[in-house]
Structure formats: structure tokens, C-alpha cells
Design a protein around this ligand. Structure first.
Ligand code: FAD
Length: 344
């Protein structure tokens, strides 16, 4: 079968406990752009048990079709039945592009599915677009059009690589939560629903779940915060109390750089950057953060970036909208006091 027979942009619509994950909507937003360029449509693949009630939400966020694989074996995420479900959908419906979230589930599922259907997968993409590959015509090398160009940081974030999968289908990519943007919901939108069940026969690759223990955490998700007060090594362990005060005055949350996590001062849940979370709040305070490329990768899409650093040559000032050069130990308390007076 020729590669041109593979059509459509597909999204793995991740759900947990019958609730769609935010990444499903974000991927649908990106899929819509890609489908427009390819003059095709967007299909969500919904895998689970009793999940049909989620179809309309997927339609609202851009799915033209939803393939539902519904089976009691799919109640909780388990590697083997989910891999079988998604790989079977790919073999049956032959999508041109398959997008998966780079969540804990997607990182387990995506590579296995790509191996099973014998195609490539580019992990942790930050940009996805349709274009020619190779990017420039190279004598003697055929340039292919309408390829999925998958861009991601490479070599520890020191360079950016654009990768394509010209000889196999589907072209598969994972994208981390927070990187792509969902569309404004279209109220009343309906999708064509296709029910498909490849059959599930438990074997010795089916893990048996004995118990599920949910982690209890009182930290909020920094990806939802409108205002983030982020601290780096320059803040020091004790200084985070001061950052919390500033965040409280503004109704925001505290986040941090990796240096802070590596020092054991704050938990990994609130780390921003390439190996942390990608955030795009309305306002991002970068306090005592140098602005290493791996940190910037996780916050540069913030609407307004305010940097406080004593080193005027710190790279964080290259991405900041407002920069304050000076000692954070003096600036942060003064700023908090001023804001307390004006913010009710
Ligand atoms: P530093 O670079 O030490 O900067 C501290 C800053 O504080 C300096 O600019 C200093 O001038 C300033 N400062 C100190 N005292 C004061 C003061 N009194 N007043 C004002 N300013 C002061 N990093 C991340 O953050 N997130 C990631 O996800 C991430 N992933 C990575 C992945 C890989 C593969 C690698 C190799 C690295 C990664 N890093 C990541 C690490 C990254 O390269 C940097 O080491 C890290 O971001 C530095 O953290 P920092 O800015 O807090 O510390």
C-alpha cells in the first residue's frame, strides 16, 4: 500500500478515570491546523471503558470524527491492551499523522505503538508544521512535499532539530502538555462516531492491577496558574517564603528552576523547563533565574515576563519584557509591599 493512501490527522484522546486530559484538547487544536494544510480532517481516538460520553467534548474542541475503542479491558491504562487498541486503529484506518501527548501514559504508549506499526516517532516536539523535506533541495536527493516537520530540542537543549519521517506512515509525534493551544470550544459541535473493537484476549503481557493508590498532593498545577512567581538558585532555600508572599498578594503560584529542585529546596512538580513543565501564564516573574535555554524553553510563551537579577548580562533579560537589575532580597519585599497596597 502506497504512503499516499494514508489520510487524516489522528489524535490519541487521553482519558483517565473517564475524564479527558487537557492534552487531548491541545493536540486537537494543533491537529486542526495540520489538517487544514493537508486538506483533510481530524480524528480523535478514544480508548477506554464506558467512554462514549466524552465524544461531544472532543467534537467541541475540533474532532471531525471520533473512533471509540470501548472494552472493559481498557478501564485503567495498561500498556498491552492500549497498545493493541491504538496499533489496531492505525492498521485499520491508516492515518497520515498520529499525535500522542508526552504524558506518563503517552510516553509509555507512543513508542510501543510506533514499533508495532513499524514507523518512527519524534518525542517531545515543540513545533509541528507541514512542509518540504529535506527543507532545501539537495542535488540527487528527492524532496518530498507535505511532510510533518517535527521540531524539538536536541543534544541536551543545545540545538533545535527538525525531524521528518518521509518513508513510513503514520508520522508519529509526542507533544508535552502546555505546548500547543486548544481552540475556543465550538458549542453544539458534533463528530462522526465510529465504534471499533479489535478484540482483547488477556495473555501474559496483560498486567494485573492489584490496587491503585492515588498520590495525595496539596500543590496546585502550575500549568493552570495565571501568575507565576518563579525562583532560581539566586533565591536560596529560605527565599522561597518571600516568593510565596508575593504570589499570595497577586493570587498566583510559586514555581522554580531545575537548580532549585536539584538542591532539594522545592518539589519537581513545580519545575519549569525542558525537563519540567511548560507554562504560559499571563505574567511570569523570573527571580534569581539566569535564563538557561532549558529553562526558557518552558516559559518563553508567557504573555509578560518580568525578570529580577543582579547580573545585567543574565540571558533571562533577552526574553524578559521588563527587567529589574538588583538584589532580589531588597526588590521582592519592596515590590510585595507596594503591590499589597494597590491589589485588593
Ligand atoms: P543559576 O544559573 O545558578 O542562576 C542563578 C541566577 O541568580 C544568576 O543569574 C544570578 O545572577 C542570580 N542571582 C544570584 N543571587 C542574586 C540576588 N541576590 N539577586 C538577584 N539575582 C541573583 N533548568 C530548568 O530550569 N528547567 C529545566 O527543565 C531544565 N532542564 C534541563 C535539561 C538538561 C538536559 C540540562 C543539561 C539542563 C537542564 N536545566 C534545566 C538546567 C539549566 O541548564 C540551568 O542549569 C538551570 O536552569 C539554572 O538554574 P538557575 O537559573 O536557577 O541557576
Amino acid at each position: 500500500m502506497g504512503l499516499e493512501e494514508y489520510r487524516g490527522v489522528y489524535v490519541f484522546a487521553q482519558q483517565v478515570d473517564n475524564e479527558l486530559s487537557g492534552i487531548a484538547f491541545e493536540l486537537l487544536g494543533k491537529a486542526k491546523d495540520l489538517a487544514k494544510d493537508l486538506d483533510t480532517d481530524v480524528t480523535a481516538v478514544l480508548v477506554g471503558s464506558d467512554v462514549k460520553g466524552l465524544v461531544d467534548d472532543l467534537a467541541k474542541y475540533g474532532a471531525d470524527k471520533v473512533i471509540v475503542v470501548d472494552d472493559p479491558e481498557l478501564k485503567e491504562y495498561r500498556t498491552e491492551p492500549y497498545t493493541h487498541a491504538l496499533a489496531s486503529v492505525i492498521n485499520e484506518y491508516k492515518p497520515e499523522i498520529m499525535l500522542v501527548g508526552a504524558t506518563a501514559i503517552g510516553r509509555d504508549l507512543g513508542p510501543r505503538v510506533s514499533a508495532r506499526v513499524q514507523t518512527g516517532l519524534t518525542a517531545d516536539c515543540t513545533v509541528l508544521e507541514i512542509g518540504d523535506f529535506p527543507l532545501r533541495a539537495i542535488p540527487g536527493k528527492e524532496q518530498k512535499h507535505n511532510q510533518l516537520l517535527m521540531t524539538r530540542p536536541a543534544f541536551g537543549g543545545n540545538t533545535i532539530a527538525t525531524i521528518a519521517c518521509p518513508d513510513n506512515r503514520p508520522q508519529m509525534a509526542t507533544v508535552r502538555p502546555g505546548v500547543m493551544q486548544k481552540i475556543d470550544p465550538i458549542e453544539g459541535a458534533k463528530a462522526e462516531v465510529i465504534e471499533y473493537n479489535p478484540g482483547f484476549t488477556p495473555d501474559n503481557k496483560y498486567v494485573e492491577i492489584v490496587d491503585i493508590v492515588k498520590s495525595v498532593t496539596d500543590t496546585v498545577d502550575i500549568m493552570d496558574a495565571k501568575i507565576l512567581v518563579s525562583g532560581g538558585r539566586g533565591v536560596g532555600e529560605e527565599g522561597f517564603g518571600m516568593l510565596r508572599e508575593l504570589a499570595d498578594v497577586l493570587g498566583g503560584e510559586v514555581s522554580c528552576s531545575r537548580a532549585v529542585v536539584d538542591n532539594g529546596w522545592q518539589s519537581r512538580d513545580i519545575q519549569v523547563g525542558q525537563t519540567g513543565k511548560t507554562v504560559r501564564p499571563n505574567v511570569y516573574f523570573a527571580i534569581g533565574i539566569s535564563g538557561a535555554i532549558q529553562h526558557v524553553a518552558g516559559m518563553e510563551e508567557s504573555d509578560i515576563i518580568i525578570a529580577i537579577n543582579k547580573d545585567e548580562t543574565a540571558p533571562i533579560f533577552d526574553v524578559a519584557d521588563y527587567g529589574i537589575v538588583g538584589d532580589l532580597n531588597k526588590i521582592v519585599p519592596a515590590l510585595t509591599e507596594k503591590l499589597r497596597a494597590v491589589v485588593k
